[in-house]
Design a protein around this ligand. Structure first.
Ligand code: 3NM
Length: 216
């Protein structure tokens, strides 16, 4: 397994799958996003059996190939079963140190955080990046809570060295404020997987994020 950690510094648009919202299905979304230059994919699936998840996760791993990071949401067991590049876990999931013990030193572990304090703790515990959320209100995750606003990102950026990936209610109109606010990368689920053309949408997000970073 190649250590894909180095790629974390180069990511722009981050795709999280959502089979409930997807028009064309998770595998198609991943394939199109990778073709459009998305270099990190998180497989987030809560509605199928573990057996089916392992089949799908292994197909996604193949689609990600060597150039895109492949993470599994929540399920350290599934990540291990398919030798994914790592996991993304939430505050109430398996603690980072337990996940690290199971996954070993080379795998990527991302943690969802909502505050500067949680971000500092995540970095201290050995997270490779934080997902900061929710930036704006979103209906994609019912229990996400109220948006913290893009102006809240800077304090987190100033506090930690690991990358910040912003999530929650992000679209092409508000992406610039998120990157200028201090995020290294961003996730947009509904804005991409609900569109008719996932490849084109992803391409536009990638180009927009790169341009904002270049001009900053
Ligand atoms: N986690 P959209 S918000 C998966 O706040 C997820 O932790 C969130 O979807 C959190 O881009 C979210 O459609 C959904 O708003 C984001």
């Amino acid at each position: 397994m190649t250590d894909k950690r180095a790629l974390l510094d180069k990511i722009d648009f981050y795709l999280v799958t959502d089979s409930g919202l997807s028009r064309k299905g998770t595998l198609s979304d991943v394939e199109k996003a990778v073709a459009a230059g998305c270099r990190i994919i998180q497989y987030r699936e809560k509605s199928i059996s573990t057996k089916d998840m392992i089949v799908e996760a292994s197909q996604i791993k193949t689609l990600c190939g060597r150039e895109s990071i492949f993470l599994v949401n929540d399920r350290v067991d599934v990540a291990l079963a398919v030798d994914a590049d790592g996991v993304h876990i939430g505050q109430d999931d398996m603690p980072i140190d337990a996940a690290r013990d199971l996954l070993g030193p080379d795998k990527i572990i991302g943690l969802t955080v909502h505050t500067v304090e949680e971000a500092l703790e995540a970095e201290k515990m050995g997270a490779d990046y934080v997902g900061l959320s929710p930036i704006f209100n979103t209906s994609t995750k019912k229990d996400a809570g109220s948006g913290i606003g893009p102006e809240s990102i800077r304090a987190v950026k100033d506090a930690i060295k690991i990358p910040i990936i912003a999530i929650g209610g992000i679209n092409k109109q508000n992406s610039e404020s998120v990157i200028l606010g201090g995020a290294d990368s961003l996730v947009a689920i509904s804005a991409v997987v609900c569109s008719d053309d996932v490849e084109q949408e992803t391409r536009e997000f990638v180009a927009l994020i790169r341009k904002v970073k270049k001009d900053a």
